[in-house]
Design a protein around this ligand. Structure first.
Ligand code: NIG
Ligand code: FE
Length: 391
């Protein structure tokens, strides 16, 4: 049995209120015991249980927190859209139409090119502390291209999402319902075995409420659990459909109605906020305070994709959430760890209490508050995934 003691932790975020103070369950002057990839003990270092011979790592007074759980990412694609970004920063608005540029590049790319791209982004995310990442398809939009994108995603994560309904591809221009039929039939037949989740971009320029409902219902019949891109470009039916179908999360929420807030606060659907997208599309940030104050469960995710948010950095998203969305540093760190775990319906990640997978982030800072307090600074000093040094 491999056994690791992380000792000398200045401040440990467990996300278990029974172990420490506040919702983050913060333990000062702490230690963490890991056995065979799982946390077996967390608490004050003065009370570390005696155990088998352990490898000892001295955190030297620095902060430790759970690895980030990034519950929304589009990592399987080819090319980039730097020119589109530059044009946007010069005043051009963001639209769903840019997705088709990446679809063209992705269709033309080999499996190995796509694979190398995902590997690079997953490694980049790991270096900034992300130990669980969801990954969507959505830049293939043919039956074989969606299936291969999901297969490539599945080589890197168990959280694979079928997003065949990202936009209507050019060859279906003017006949969106024929494309919806393709997604609901042959595309799902080929793709469902490779995915855990189904997502739809329900917004202006993409899919409407009825199309979204039909696609998610077809996915559910094949055992996939819904999640929805909702309210990114305008308020619409996305949140209502998500809650109605028991979606695990509704994501973006840049534009929200009072009814949307109520639905998210009273239902089991997590409100996932993606401030990298507002940053990179120069849009107003979602009203996180309204959602939190209403009692909704809020997650933060990076939404890494080449169009609207080309970042894998959860610390960057935390800093944005605190500065621009008036979340407290504690709320933002919770949303980026436990919130993401809730959005992915995972109980084994997002926390550092007994039984959890030992996904551990060491910061070169005395507390988790520094993630927002020191924006843009690479504070992640070490990462363990399932107890194994990973970055
Ligand atoms: O989550 N909104 C839809 N999908 C992505 C953007 C995709 C793109 O622009 O390539 C998002 O922001
Ligand atoms: Fe997205």
């Amino acid at each position: 049995m491999t056994s690791l003691l992380i000792d000398g932790i200045g401040s440990l975020v467990t996300n278990d209120p029974a172990l420490g103070s506040g919702p983050l369950g913060v333990v000062p002057d702490a230690a963490l015991v890991v056995e065979d990839g799982r946390v077996t003990w967390a608490g004050p270092r003065s009370r570390v249980p005696q155990g088998a011979a352990r490898e000892r790592f001295d955190a030297a007074g620095r902060a430790v927190l759970p690895g980030f759980v990034d519950s929304h990412a589009h990592l399987v694609f080819a090319g980039d859209r730097a020119a589109e970004f530059a044009a946007r920063m010069a005043g051009r608005p963001y639209s769903a139409g840019g997705i088709r540029t990446t679809v063209e590049a992705t269709r033309a790319a080999s499996d190995d090119t796509l694979r190398a791209g995902v590997r690079r982004l997953v490694a980049e995310a790991l270096c900034s502390g992300t130990t669980t990442v969801e990954c969507k398809s959505g830049y293939g939009l043919t039956v074989p291209d969606e299936a291969r994108c999901l297969r490539v995603a599945g080589e890197h994560t168990e959280e694979v999402t079928f997003l065949g309904a990202h936009v209507v591809p050019p060859e279906y221009a003017g006949r969106p319902d024929d494309y919806v039929d393709l997604v609901c039939g042959p595309m799902l037949d080929a793709c469902a075995p490779h995915a855990r989740w189904i997502d739809v971009f329900c917004d202006r320029g993409a899919f409407d409420g009825d199309q979204t409902r039909a696609i998610l219902a077809a996915g559910r019949e094949r055992g996939l659990v819904p999640r929805v891109h909702a309210g990114q470009l305008q308020a619409g039916p996305g949140v209502a459909v998500a809650v109605e179908l028991g979606a695990a999360s509704a994501d973006h929420l840049t534009h929200l109605t009072a009814a949307d807030v109520d639905a998210l606060a009273s239902g089991g659907t997590v409100a996932t906020l993606l401030p990298g997208a507002e940053f990179s599309t120069r849009s107003p940030y979602p009203d996180a305070r309204r959602l939190l104050d209403a009692g909704a469960t809020v997650a933060l995710a990076a939404d890494c994709n080449p169009g609207s948010s080309y970042t894998t950095s959860m610390p960057f998203c935390i800093a944005l959430a605190v500065r621009e969305m008036r979340m407290t540093p504690d709320e933002a760190v919770w949303a980026a760890t436990m919130g993401g775990a809730r959005a992915l319906r995972r109980t084994d990640v997002g926390r550092l209490s007994p039984g959890a997978r030992a996904d551990v982030v060491l910061l070169d800072a005395p507390s988790h508050v520094h993630l927002a307090y020191r924006p843009g600074v690479p504070l992640v000093a070490a990462v363990w995934r399932a107890g194994v040094p990973a970055a």
